[in-house]
Ligand binder design. Structure first.
Ligand code: MRU
Length: 358
């Protein structure tokens, strides 16, 4: 298991019997940690994007269940398990698209179902939440190696990569999914520059990815999302590398809005397209991406920047925050259990049966 110390930035910590979240809404200008001791606050922090990124919200929800158990046991020693179920339902309703959230809550439900009488239930649940956290970090390091291996294997002449949104330490248990692959590829001198799309409307690329990469001294160029086509046309990009919020059984991928357009552009320009995501991001109950619930957020994210309104008062707004990239546009999905090239129903079914490679 990889130790959390190997992780240069962290966004989620359990200390002093509390969950602490780095407030990602304020980065990179301010680094403020918020202490959480009740479930309502954890739900609000997921919903309001204090913490974001598919694996990170799953990990946060797992710690949320620990907090729920502690508080509900104090409130009602006889019916606390029923009350915790209500808290789990509230955590599940915080955001709809990233399946890691529901996966982590299922893990915690299972831990609740097998609690032993020999030890404090809160201690047992905390152990489960910490193991979800550590396993995600370990999975990211494994994906980093496998993804870099794929880049080496294809040995494309261009040395630039494009990434979208933020898939780094901030979005995960540490190191990152797509950003983990990029970190690994940079260490192995397989790439020489990362082009980060700013990721409108929430600016995950400009505020978070640019922050993480520049902290690691990886050469990074920030660009408006609409620059990607022209950049690919110039021939300096070998790979687009992105994360995922939900991958269905056939290999369709929901990820941050704008991912699908990058995949279409990559296909047109002969640029390879990689998705890096742990197996906790797979939803094998959905046969294809059409059934993925896509979150829509409020108009204020589009009409204004940091509270400063730019658009006229009476304009209608459409603000879906994820899109679905069809499997046929994806060259490879990299997980901690292996790589599926040209993802298909059969390839993904085979992958999901394998054990983790770490
Ligand atoms: O709305 P967000 O910031 O939670 O969206 C995050 C993304 O879309 C990421 O690309 C995805 O969760 C993968 S993070 C490892």
């Amino acid at each position: 298991m990889v130790s959390p110390q190997e992780n240069s930035v962290s966004a989620i910590e359990w200390r002093d019997d509390s969950l602490w979240l780095l407030d990602q809404r304020l980065l990179p200008l301010e680094e403020v940690w918020l202490q959480h001791q009740d479930v309502d606050a954890v739900v609000a922090s997921i919903r309001d994007m204090v913490v974001r990124g598919a694996p990170a919200i799953g990990i946060t929800a797992a710690y949320g269940v620990v907090i729920a158990a502690r508080n509900r046991r104090n409130e009602d020693a006889y019916h606390w398990l029923d009350l915790v179920q209500q808290d789990i339902d509230a955590l599940a309703a915080s955001r709809p698209t990233a399946v890691n959230l529901f996966w982590a809550l299922d893990q915690m439900r299972r831990a609740l179902a097998r609690l032993s009488d020999d030890e404090d239930p809160v201690v047992q649940l905390l152990r489960e939440a910490k193991s979800i956290h550590e396993a995600d970090l370990a999975a990211n390091h494994t994906m980093g190696k496998l993804g870099a291996g794929l880049i080496a294997q294809y040995n494309m002449p261009a040395r630039g990569v494009i990434t979208h949104c933020n898939t780094g330490s901030l979005a995960t248990g540490g190191y990152g999914t797509a950003l983990g692959v990029i970190r690994s590829a940079w260490e192995q001198k397989l790439i020489d520059r990362v082009f980060a799309g700013e990721t409108r409307p929430w600016w995950q690329g400009a505020r978070l990815t640019a922050w993480e990469l520049t902290k690691d001294a990886i050469p990074t160029t920030l660009m408006a999302d609409s620059v990607a086509a022209s950049l690919m046309q110039q021939g300096s990009i070998s790979w687009v590398i992105v994360g995922a919020d939900r991958i269905t059984a056939n290999g369709d991928v929901a990820n941050k809005i704008g991912t699908y357009s990058l995949a279409v552009l990559a296909k047109h320009h002969g640029v390879r397209f990689m998705v890096a995501a742990p197996t906790t991001t797979f939803d094998m109950e959905l046969s294809n991406g059409r059934d993925i619930p896509i979150e829509e957020r409020g108009p204020e994210e589009v009409v204004a920047v940091k509270g400063h309104r730019l658009a006229p008062e009476n304009v209608d707004v459409y603000n879906p925050v994820f899109d679905v990239t069809p499997a046929e546009l994806i060259d490879a999905i990299v997980t901690e259990q292996g790589v599926v090239e040209r993802p298909s129903l059969a390839g993904i079914a085979q992958l999901m049966e394998k054990p983790a490679l770490h």
